[in-house]
Design a protein around this ligand. Structure first.
Ligand code: ADP
Ligand code: MG
Length: 754
């Protein structure tokens, strides 16, 4: 199986993306097609190897679309150039559109005013008749409208040609058929008097309608394209973070080189106020670094020898040297950009309704328009006579074709997703895909892993208690640290650190074993020693209970099957934990803590931060089952953890939130990754998800309602009731407004504070 991404050119509306999807899905060897109108990208999944771009283009070219395989950027710079090129291309297209609008709109406005004046003077006697003869005006309008239809409105004509040739119809086809019908009818009764007589047609023509509709629809398309460009700004901001050059030490000399020439292992020099060119680890010096642009963390972070730094962040006062690592596509920034881009192109489940409608929208509207004309000609003409009915019928047909707008439907979801996911990235909330965002909006339970999530994850040894005469606290600590020096567990690190502080030397060990979620064991000089959590039957001891009640984690040191002593460790809850839990409560969300630690210590911590429920003494592999059990109760669960030993639980939850620390972005098992493990961001992410989904629902509602009300109005539904008829000109204006309003509504998300 192969997955490839393509840039798609020539798509204007949801019917276009529906056509591309449909045609490509039929091709043998293509398993799945995802076409995104807002990003103008297609993701194809092939059964085997990818088909060639030529083969794919053979399929879509005849409908007016072009695919271009996305170059997988080798360096971030390449990605930058790529996206700059794309941007320039789009800006070029936008500029062409603007030039058309600058010509068409003033003309349309003048014609519009004359039209309104003419209509007004029929009803308002105070308003004088137009000071131009109707014949002259009609000829003038005919000339302008000929130019409009055949030059300015050429894309719409192209839509008709496409329809005739291949049966595929898009929004352009609708506008094309609408305006051309109005134009041809008017031209026929103006230029060929026998036709006019035969139809008993009235004097009035629809040249003005053609002009105004094309003018406004072009304006709408231009505004829509312009706002659509704005939705992608978050990515551009990220790309813009990349530094251009780096100062490195090579052969004892300091040289300035372009950033793409930096190699892994290079020593990079960073001066005060400078941008870090690449990722790496500090080798000399220390400083505080502003990482807000990447992680969303507003307070600068102090870093010293051994700490990891991220390319694109900004050094404050100090200066330091670091060893470069993760160059190019592996860098933190490149990975973030890739993840955000992919997520922005993914489809939210809610979009399925809109996609289904868009797929059949155009043929249905065409049929409705024809039906309307037919009804006017039959039912209408029996009341009004043939000529009046024909003229209303044409108006109805044109109005329907013009007002029906699949664009708004197509843009409703993806534009909001793009803005929402981009906004998340600004806050250091990386969202894997639109589906995660949609699911997150409806969760009602948040489960936090204890260690490293609610607590800092840096416990300290507080008590060492010897339980026999052979050992004193120092020898116990030495024994425990000897084994724990092999373990990566936070408790192990704390014990080793305590031993180091006392200057203890550690013995050699053999046969080291780690039992996840329980403890460690090894052989020291043929004695079998273990450091582990107390078993059920060992929990009664008074010392043990006392320590646990103080919220401490207690481990036992066992030698040759006999318990020799206890070490108590205490972890501190994160400063922001209480506020984060309170914020989740305000959102009506239940907060649960999940831990492998003992119940008493866990309860103590939970009480401190206001957590509702504790699930303790859970082995790592049982964590996913506990999540499953909550889901079985009908809860929609977020699991937030460090993603290290709780990956299965993150994957099991409706949404897994990984609290990344440092530079490990984009965890596979998590739907959302929080850069900088700030748990306040869990609530922020939920706010973002809820707001984005609300915007999507509004968008879909307006897009549907607009069509549901607009189409009957344009057909003349009000005529039998009140005798009024919606002039197609207003259909044009409404159509222009509809997609613009959807995109603007999505852009509103940008200003929302999380
Ligand atoms: P958490 O859910 O808090 O991340 P774990 O599942 O990692 O906890 O561990 C559960 C318990 O197992 C710890 O509280 C500790 O008592 C014991 N334990 C695990 N690893 C070790 C170790 N390396 N040394 C001592 N005790 C350990
Ligand atoms: Mg853990």
């Amino acid at each position: 199986m192969t997955t490839r991404r393509y840039n798609v050119k020539g798509m204007h509306c949801a019917s276009c993306s529906a056509i591309v999807t449909k045609k490509l899905s039929k091709v043998e060897g293509i398993r799945e097609v995802n076409v995104n109108l807002a990003t103008e990208k297609a993701t194809l999944e092939f059964d085997g190897n990818a088909l060639t771009s030529e083969a794919l283009n053979d399929v879509v070219n005849k409908y007016g679309y072009f695919l271009e395989a996305e170059q997988h950027p080798v360096t971030l710079r390449a990605a930058v150039t790529d996206s700059t090129k794309m941007r320039e291309q789009k800006e070029g297209e936008l500029h062409d559109q603007l030039r058309k609008v600058q010509f068409a709109l003033p003309v349309a406005l003048v014609v519009f005013v004359l039209m309104m004046w003419d209509i007004g003077s029929m009803f308002l006697h105070a308003l004088p008749h137009l000071p131009i003869s109707m014949e002259l005006l009609n000829i003038l309008f005919m000339l302008i409208s000929t130019g409009m239809v055949f030059r300015t409105g050429a894309p719409f004509l192209h839509g008709i040609v496409m329809f005739v040739r291949s049966g595929a119809a898009s929004m352009d086809t609708l506008i094309g058929i609408g305006t051309v019908t109005a134009y041809l009818y008017s031209a026929a009764i103006t230029l060929i008097p026998p036709i006019k007589e035969f139809l008993h047609a009235p004097d009035s023509t629809y040249f003005d309608v053609t002009i105004v509709v094309i003018g406004f629809v072009l304006l709408g398309k231009y505004l829509e394209a312009r706002s659509k460009m704005k939705t992608g700004e978050a990515i551009e901001k990220l790309i813009g973070l990349q530094a251009k050059s780096a100062l490195v030490q090579r052969e004892g000399k300091e040289i300035e080189i372009p950033v793409e020439q930096v190699r892994t292992g290079d020593l990079v020099i960073v001066k005060p106020g400078e941008k870090l060119p690449v990722d790496g680890t500090i080798t000399t010096g220390h400083s505080s670094i502003d990482e807000s642009m990447v992680t969303g963390e507003p307070i600068p972070v102090d870093k010293t020898v051994g700490d990891k730094v991220i390319g694109g962040t900004i050094n404050k006062q100090g200066s330091f040297i670091f060893t470069a690592s993760n160059i190019g596509p592996d860098s933190v920034l490149a990975r973030i950009i890739r993840m955000v881009e992919e997520a922005q192109g993914s489809k939210a489940p809610i979009q399925q309704i809109a996609d289904k409608v868009a797929g059949i929208f155009v043929p249905v509207v065409l049929a409705l328009a024809l039906l309307t004309l037919l009804i006017w000609l039959t039912v209408g003409s029996s009341y009004l006579g043939f000529s009046a009915a024909l003229s209303y019928g044409i108006m109805g047909l044109v109005g329907i074709l013009v007002i029906a707008c699949p664009c708004a439907l197509g843009l409703a979801t993806p534009t909001a997703i793009i803005v929402g996911i981009g906004k998340g990235a600004e806050y250091g909330i990386l969202i894997r895909n639109a589906e995660s965002l949609e699911k997150l909006s409806s969760v009602d339970t948040v489960v936090f892993d204890k260690t490293g999530t609610i607590t800092t994850g840096n416990p300290e040894v507080t008590d060492i208690i010897s339980l026999d005469k052979e050992n004193n606290p120092t020898s116990l600590l030495q024994l425990a640290a000897t084994i724990e020096s092999r373990s990566e567990h936070p408790l192990a690190k704390a014990i080793v650190e305590a031993a180091n502080k006392q200057g203890l030397t550690l013995d050699d060990i053999t046969d080291f074993k780690a039992l996840e979620g329980v403890g460690v064991s090894a052989l020291i000089f043929n004695r079998s020693v273990s450091v582990r959590k107390p078993m059920e039957n060992e929990k009664k001891g008074a010392e043990l209970q006392q320590l646990q009640q103080e919220g401490k984690t207690v481990v036992m040191i066992e030698e040759n099957g006999r318990c020799r002593g206890l070490i108590a460790l205490s972890d501190t809850v994160k400063e922001e934990a209480q506020e984060a839990v309170a914020e989740l409560h305000r959102k009506g969300i239940k907060v649960i803590m999940l831990t492998g630690d003992n119940l008493m210590a866990a309860n103590y911590m939970a009480k401190q931060v206001g957590i509702d429920e504790v699930i303790a003494e859970v082995l790592p592999h049982q964590k996913a089952q506990k999540i499953k059990a909550l889901q079985a109760q009908g809860k929609r669960v977020v699991m937030a953890g460090d993603g290290i030993n709780d990956a299965p639980a993150l994957a099991q939850a409706d949404v897994g939130i990984a609290m990344a620390t440092g530079t490990d972005v984009a965890m596979e098992s998590a739907g959302i990754t929080l850069l900088k493990g700030d748990i306040n961001k869990v609530a922020q992410a939920i706010t973002l998800a809820r707001t984005t989904m609300r915007v999507i629902r509004q968008n879909l509602f307006w897009a549907f309602i607009y069509n549901i009300i607009g189409i009957p109005l344009a057909a003349g539904a009000l005529f039998p009731i009140w005798g009024i008829f919606l002039n197609p000109v207003f259909s044009g204006i409404a159509m222009a407004g509809s997609s613009v309003s959807v995109v603007s509504n999505s852009l509103r998300l940008k200003r929302k504070k999380l």
